[in-house]
Design a protein around this ligand. Structure first.
Ligand code: ASC
Length: 128
């Protein structure tokens, strides 16, 4: 567990940062900004799935202060927050499954759905 609340905040931000980096690499291919490389996409999607599971334990009591954009709703609407996190994890898992097939059309579809699940949670639970 975390020694201090700041450690939890750092941990969750770090996991979201690594998630975004690898989700973004897949997205660049899904959007045609970089050439599709099935192996790179699959590696990044697998890392994204692993990262997607990590931040949640770091939203414990007392971690609502300091250098965080988390909104109070994270703690006042815990069931809704948990559901939003689970939705995101599910969509990122589907993206990883799609990436394993190496089929770009499947990756594109799964990427869109996963991005929407990121955004939905940000809209409700993250400042700006
Ligand atoms: C990303 C990223 C997010 C989501 C979100 C989707 O690539 O870093 O937070 O997609 O922008 O709307």
């Amino acid at each position: 567990q975390f020694q201090k609340p700041e450690d939890a905040v750092k941990y969750r931000k770090a996991s979201f940062t690594v998630l975004a980096a690898h989700f973004g690499r897949v997205g660049a291919m899904a959007n045609g900004r970089v050439p599709f490389d099935a192996k790179v996409a699959a590696e990044s999607a697998a890392i994204a799935e692993t990262m997607s599971k990590l931040p949640w334990e770091a939203f414990g009591p007392g971690t609502d202060k300091g250098d965080t954009r988390a909104q109070p709703a994270v703690w006042t609407e815990q069931a809704k927050f948990k559901a939003a996190g689970e939705k995101m994890m599910g969509e990122v898992a589907k993206l990883n499954a799609a990436a394993k097939t190496g089929n770009l059309d499947q990756i594109k579809a799964a990427f869109g759905a996963a991005g929407a699940s990121c955004k939905a949670c940000h809209d409700d639970f993250r400042k700006n």
